[in-house]
Design a protein around this ligand. Structure first.
Ligand code: ZN
Ligand code: ZN
Length: 431
């Protein structure tokens, strides 16, 4: 016990000294103090020169962040952004599964749109007309739980084109993507119908393409030099797929959820970027969530791909960049994930968190974090908006509700007058 206590104290002491040194360095922000060590060195060895002073007001030459909306893609470049990397419980740090792929030809695609991810998508400051293609790997809510938010929020945010959704069928129609989308439209009847005739609602339509989940290397999208194929994924129940997008000699692979499988090993070889689920290490499920070892092993290694299995998959497919997602990536969980992955794989690796950005070209893969502005607004429409068409209005207040309105006419008159004056309009307060 004494040895343990002493060694703990030793670690504590080292930590304290480390923190102290870190504090001193962090607070030593004047050039003269920063180079105090160099002057001492000069006394010992005259050949060592003092580094030139760095102005604290000059812009740095290279920035290590991605600022959404500020960088054009090169014609041959692909940008992949993590808009959700976590688990079914959405949390402030990580939304559930969602990946945005942008190509140098202007195309944009969303792969899965799990709970909480709509907020991350909005942070990318892309006009919603471009966010109209969603590919769903399977119908767990952590992979499509924010589709309604993109659908309805997109209408309000000036998406004036239909939302297109691709997703798999299953062993019965009721488990397929078409049935889920029909049900979602029914769920949203009040939302959609209240908007009809009150705003430009050309975006209030869904276009659904359901495809066979068990087809192998099945082309489901081919346009503008982009090909998207699916392979079956294995996850609890039939009706899951993984996606392979190819464009301009670049290959993006995304597993959604799957146990390691032969189709992934065969069809994702040598991908430029390979995003595969990597569930949290079973020990973390026991320690953090009170799972029994049996339940942790079942969920963490049989239903999902554990970190060591993820590593094995990557070692056998050799992507240029392996991306692990689908775990809560924290200071106290990532060491176990990394340890397990490194048992089986020693290649390029990113343990994903939300807002991680990958710029992929044939020569380079740059990995950065996006710098996100929380008070972001939707971008204006890229297509001119149409005025509301009262002829397609589907809803109206009943007589009882109309009679309950309290109209402060003089207040409204002032608001209308102010707006008319400021913007040169001539709007009249309705009777
Ligand atoms: Zn799932
Ligand atoms: Zn999942």
């Amino acid at each position: 016990m004494a040895r343990v206590a002493r060694s703990r104290f030793g670690v504590f002491s080292i930590l304290c000294v480390g923190v102290l040194i870190g504090y001193v360095i962090a607070n030593t922000n004047t050039p003269s103090l920063q180079f105090a060590d160099a002057k001492e060195t000069d006394n010992k060895a005259a050949s060592v020169k003092t580094p030139p002073s760095v102005s604290s007001v000059k812009a740095t030459r290279n920035r290590d962040m991605y600022y959404p909306g500020s960088e054009d893609l090169a014609p041959n470049e692909m940008r992949v952004t993590a808009c959700g990397t976590g688990m079914p419980n959405a949390r402030p740090k990580q939304a559930a599964a969602c990946w945005l792929v942008e190509l140098g030809n202007g195309d944009k695609f969303l792969f899965d749109i799990g709970t909480g991810s709509a907020e991350r998508i909005s942070a990318m400051q892309i006009p919603y007309n471009y966010l109209n293609k969603v590919f769903i790997g399977h119908l767990h809510s952590d992979h499509f739980g924010d589709l309604d938010a993109l659908y309805c929020g997109g209408i309000v945010a000036n998406r004036v084109v239909p939302l297109e959704v691709w997703g798999p069928n299953s062993i019965e129609p009721k488990y397929g993507t078409k049935a889920a989308m029909d049900a979602m439209e029914k769920m949203l009847a009040w939302d959609i119908d209240t908007r009809m005739g009150n705003t430009d609602t050309r975006g209030a339509f869904l276009k659904v393409t359901e495809f066979p989940y068990d087809a192998i290397s099945n082309v489901i999208y081919e346009k503008n030099g982009v090909t998207i194929r699916t392979i079956p994924a294995i996850h609890i129940f039939d009706g899951c797929v993984s996606f392979i997008l190819e464009w301009n000699g670049l290959k993006f692979c995304y597993s959604s959820d799957t146990f390691p499988n032969k189709w992934w090993l065969e069809h994702t070889q040598g991908a430029d970027i390979s995003i595969h689920e990597c569930f949290i290490a079973p020990e973390s499920l026991v320690e953090k969530q009170g799972f029994t070892p049996q339940a942790a092993l079942n969920v963490g290694t049989q239903i999902h791909t554990s970190p060591a299995q993820f590593g094995k998959v990557m070692a056998e497919t050799k992507p240029r960049m392996a991306v692990a997602y689908h775990f809560f990536n924290d200071f106290d969980t990532s060491p176990a994930v990394l340890r397990e992955v490194r048992r089986t794989y020693d290649g390029p690796l990113a343990l994903a968190v939300d807002y991680m950005v990958f710029n992929v070209t044939k020569d380079d893969i740059k990995v950065r974090m996006a710098a996100v502005e929380e008070s972001v607004w939707p971008q204006p429409s890229t297509i001119p908006l149409l005025p509301p068409d009262p002829k397609i209005r589907r809803t109206a207040l009943s007589k009882k509700m109309l009679e309950g309105r309290v109209v402060h006419r003089e207040v409204l008159q002032q608001v209308y007058d102010d707006i008319n004056k400021r913007f040169g309009s001539n709007e009249k307060v309705p009777e």
